[in-house]
Design a binder for this molecule. Structure first.
Ligand code: ZN
Length: 249
């Protein structure tokens, strides 16, 4: 059951509480393999700025409005919305949502306030989406890379060939840039948690040969480090495919 929605809002300085909330959930029935990023459009960032100026609706009230909207149409909705004020949890994170035709059973849907075909992706909304995505990947034990369509890595809605939202989340959101900023934010999260297991494993540089006698030592080092190195081939292929289709924007 994807209803009722959670409708709980967090400001960026409350994201550790969001992390704690996610850590306390049981993911026996549904666990995301990757995250799909969307834009809300509507509202655009300008629409949202008017709400903010008026002080209403609060993100939680907006969540309840969205719940009524989704409930009248579908069996669920997106799991999270990044907003200029922080983030809102909608669809229960441990139940499948409804946000993209092909991947509802395997992904979390994350909406982002704005229309990034026209809105610039910068300022608080960019900071909050990146911080939210870092928390979510960390909580689910998944990574923004490698990108393999329908299987792993950070996805954009428009990459779902079955969707009619062929620009979502918009050309001003650059996936390569977003991915690297999320990975950097995940590194900071791990740095703040002394008990955290590092994931992904840090790539291990092959040991440099030390002396003339090194021909024996070098292959040994390569064998030791090989299992810990991320598989570069599929990732590179997937991103080439992405560039072919969408360019860098
Ligand atoms: Zn979308």
């Amino acid at each position: 059951m994807a209803f009722p929605f959670v409708c709980k809002a967090y400001t960026p300085d409350q994201f550790p509480a969001l992390q704690a909330y996610l850590d306390g959930l049981s993911f026996n029935l549904f666990r995301p393999k990757f995250i799909v990023v969307h834009n809300t459009a509507p509202p655009t960032l300008a629409d949202y700025a008017v709400w903010q100026k008026r002080g209403s609706p609060s993100d939680e009230q907006w969540g309840r409005n969205l719940e009524a909207f989704y409930k009248s149409k579908w069996s669920g909705g997106p799991h999270f919305v990044a907003t200029p004020r922080g983030a809102v949890v909608l669809n229960p994170p441990n139940a499948p949502g409804v946000h993209t035709p092909s991947w509802n059973r395997v992904s979390w849907g994350v909406e982002t306030v704005g229309d990034f075909e026209t809105d610039a992706f910068e300022g608080p909304i960019a900071d909050n989406l990146i911080a939210l995505l870092a928390v979510l990947h960390h909580a689910a034990g998944i990574n923004p890379t490698p990108f393999v369509l329908g299987r792993s890595g950070l996805h954009f809605h428009k990459e779902d060939h079955a969707t009619t939202h062929q620009t979502c989340p918009g050309r001003h959101m650059d996936k390569v840039n977003l991915t690297s900023r999320v990975i950097a934010a995940m590194g900071k999260l791990r740095g703040a948690d002394p008990h955290a297991e590092p994931h992904p494993p840090a790539p291990v540089a092959p040991a440099a040969p030390q002396k003339a006698a090194a021909p024996v030592a070098a292959p040994k080092a390569a064998i030791v480090s090989a299992p810990r190195a991320p598989p570069p081939k599929p990732a590179a292929r997937a991103f080439d495919w992405f560039f072919d289709l969408f360019g860098t924007g």
